[in-house]
Structure formats: C-alpha cells, structure tokens
Design a protein around this ligand. Sequence first.
Ligand SMILES: [Zn+2]
Length: 271
Amino acid sequence: MYKLNKYTLLYMMFLPLFIYSCKKDDNNDPTFNLFSVQDDINFGQELKNEIHSNPAQYPVLDKSQYAEAYNHMSRIRDSILNTGKLIYADRFNWEIDIIQNDSVLNAFCAPGGYICVYTGIIKFLDNEAQLAGVLGHEMAHADRRHSTDQLTKAYGLSILLGILVGNNSGQLTQIASDLAAGVATLAFSRDAEYEADEYSVRYLCPTSYDSEGVGGFFEKMSGSPQPPEFLSTHPNPDNRLAEIESLANQLDCGVGELFTESYQNVKNSLP
Ligand SMILES: [Zn+2]
C-alpha cells in the first residue's frame, strides 16, 4: 500500500512535466495545455456544425449571394495572416461566416480558427481598423489556444487523476459532454483578454491599419448600451485602453490608417 502511494505520487509529479515538454515542442506555445492542436480544430468543427444545423438561430449569410461582403472579410483576415505573426496561420483554415443579426454586437473565433462575425458588430463599428482590431483580437484567442488552456485549468487535474487512477469512465464522459456544451460559451480569463489585445496590436502593427484599432472598438463600446453577448465571454480588464496604447508605442507601430470612408463599402455590402 505504501509503495502504491509512493509511485502514484511520483507519477503525479512527473507526468505533467512530461506532457508539458511534449506540447512545448509540438506547437511552439509554452503554455501548459493538455489538449492537442487537432483537438482545437475538432472543437471548432463541432461548433461550425452546430451553427450550420441551426439556421433559425444562426442565419449565416449566403456566400455566393453576398460574395462582396465575404471578400471584404477575407481581405481583412488575410492582411492579418500575412504578417507571419500567427503560429497556426497555415494549420488552421480560418474560415469566416457572417451571421445576419443586426442586434447582436459580437464576433468570435472558435478554437481551430473558425470565425463568426455578426452583421450587428460590422454596422456598429466606425472604420475598418476597428474591425481589423476586433478580428485580430478574436484570432489571437484561437492562435494562442486560450479556450483549451482554460479547459486545461478547469479539467486538467481531473483528467490527470483519471489517467492515474485508471477507472473513471463516468467522470471522463461527463467532462466530454461539458466540453462540447461549454467550449463556445466559455468566458476567457482577464489575462487571456490582455493577451488577445496585445496580439491584436502585434498583428496590426506591420499592416497599414492603425494598430490600436481594437482599442477604438472597446472605447466605442463603453459609450453605448453594453453588448452582453461580447462581454459575457470577454470580460473587460482594467486599463485596457492604456495597455493597448502603451504597447503600440513600445512597438513603435507609428500612425496607421483607419479607412473610415472606404468602410462604408463594407457596410453597404451587407443586407
Ligand atoms: Zn476577448
């Protein structure tokens, strides 16, 4: 009995280190994450299937009928991907769906890079730099693997203990169903929010956009009725605008463009 406990303790000490080192080599992301990159892609695919199977709740704009709107979204997305600053620029497919609902001020990017943008947020924004900033922020959540990092924090110990104890199929089934239900509505931590803001600035910095575009979005949002959809999954950290401005100065991003006038074409391409 004594021996069993001793070895269990040893496994508990070394298994996390072992997994940590494998993951680090695998994806060049030093954060401890129990899930594989393919798990992230699978979660995103499940979410996409769910959205496509429920057109009443998620009326996705038709891609050929609204080709111009999709061209604008792809163009903005590609200007971010082409900076070479995303780890999974090639591995994720970064597909975009536009959801027709003018009253929802929301955009999200599922694990694995599947992006959804509501018409509400596109119409709410003032310029293309803000939209690029929001997309950069969302794409950072996926590229930095924040969802599965959070899930690792929430379930990691249970999963590890399950492997060690070897007999908890009921518990693992419960975790799997929690994951499927919760991955889309999982609130990010404040640290993840800061990091998504930070990477939005880093992505936009080498482009022609104002690198503080995401700050423009949060500034505008603070002066309007609060959009519960966005804030329910993106808690607003303190000093967000100051942090964004200070990073843009630190990186010497210079003065980028807002593209306010041409943004009307983006809005006009929507129904
Ligand atoms: Zn966020």
